[in-house]
Design a protein around this ligand. Structure first.
Ligand code: AP5
Length: 200
C-alpha cells in the first residue's frame, strides 16, 4: 500500500495532481484544505475558528489540524493507501505525522515536491479567483499564503530530503506532463522501492 505526500506552494497543482494520482493508484485523498473548507461550509464554531486563519492566509493551529487529520485517517485510511495534500506544512506537523503513522505501521513512502515559480503561482491563483469562490483567493491573501509557505513550509524540503523520501517534480509544465513525471516517480517506487531524487 502506498503512503504519499504531495507538497508545494499554494497554486502549485497539489489538488489537481492528487485527483489524478488517486484515480490511477487507487488511493484515498486527504486534503486538509478541503476538510477545513467543509467545516467552514457547515458553519460550526470550529468552522468559524478555522476561517479566522484561512481568511488571513495564515496556517490553522496544529492542534486543530491534527484533530481533523486523525479523524480522517481513522475514518478512511484503515485498509487503503493514501495521499496527503497540504499536510504536513510545518516541521512540527511532520514530526507528529511520523509518530502517528509509526504507531499505525504505515510510514510515509515518498514526498512529491512540486516546484513552480512565484510568478506562475500568482498567475494561476488570480485566474482561479474569478470563479473559485474561495475566501483566500484574492491578491493580498495569495501574497500572504506564499510568504507563509516560504517561512513555515519550505523547511520540510530539508526534513524529507534527509529522510531520503523527497522527489522534486518540475510543476511548470502542462497538467498532463506534470502527471506523467509524477507517474514515473511513483512507478519507480512501486517497482524498485527507490525514491528518485528528481524527475525533470
Ligand atoms: P489548501 O487548500 O491546501 O490550499 P493551498 O496550499 O493554498 O493550495 P491550493 O489549493 O490553492 O493550490 P494547489 O497547490 O492545490 O493547486 P491546484 O491544483 O488547486 O489550504 C488552504 C488553507 O488551509 C491554507 O492557506 C491554511 O490556512 C489552511 N491549511 C491547509 N492545510 C493546513 C495545514 N496542514 N496546517 C495549517 N493550515 C492548513 O491548482 C491551482 C490552480 O492552478 C487551479 O486553477 C488549477 O487548474 C491550475 N493548475 C494546476 N496545475 C496547473 C498546471 N500544471 N498548469 C497550469 N495551471 C495549473
Amino acid at each position: 500500500m502506498l503512503h504519499l505526500i504531495i507538497f508545494g506552494p499554494p497554486g502549485s497543482g497539489k489538488g489537481t495532481q492528487s485527483c489524478r494520482i488517486v484515480e490511477k493508484y487507487k488511493l484515498i485523498h486527504i486534503s486538509t484544505g478541503d476538510l477545513f473548507r467543509k467545516e467552514m461550509a457547515r458553519g460550526t464554531d470550529l468552522g468559524k475558528e478555522i476561517a479566522k486563519y484561512i481568511d488571513q492566509g495564515m496556517l490553522v493551529p496544529d492542534e486543530i489540524v491534527m484533530k481533523e487529520l486523525q479523524q480522517a485517517v481513522d475514518e478512511y485510511c484503515c485498509d487503503s493507501g493514501f495521499i496527503f495534500d497540504g499536510f504536513p506544512r510545518t516541521i512540527v506537523q511532520a514530526e507528529m505525522l511520523d509518530n502517528m503513522l509509526e504507531s499505525m505501521g504505515k510510514p510515509v513512502d515518498m514526498v512529491l515536491s512540486v516546484d513552480v515559480s512565484e510568478e506562475e503561482l500568482t498567475k494561476r491563483l488570480m485566474g482561479r479567483s474569478e470563479d473559485s469562490g474561495r475566501s483566500d483567493d484574492n491578491a493580498d491573501i495569495i501574497k500572504k499564503r506564499i510568504e507563509v509557505y516560504k517561512a513555515q513550509s519550505l523547511p520540510l524540503i530539508s526534513f524529507y530530503t534527509s529522510q531520503g523520501k523527497l522527489v522534486k517534480v518540475n510543476g511548470m509544465a502542462p497538467v498532463d506532463t506534470v502527471f506523467e513525471k509524477i507517474s514515473v516517480a511513483v512507478d519507480t517506487y512501486i517497482e524498485k522501492k527507490e525514491v528518485p531524487s528528481v524527475i525533470n
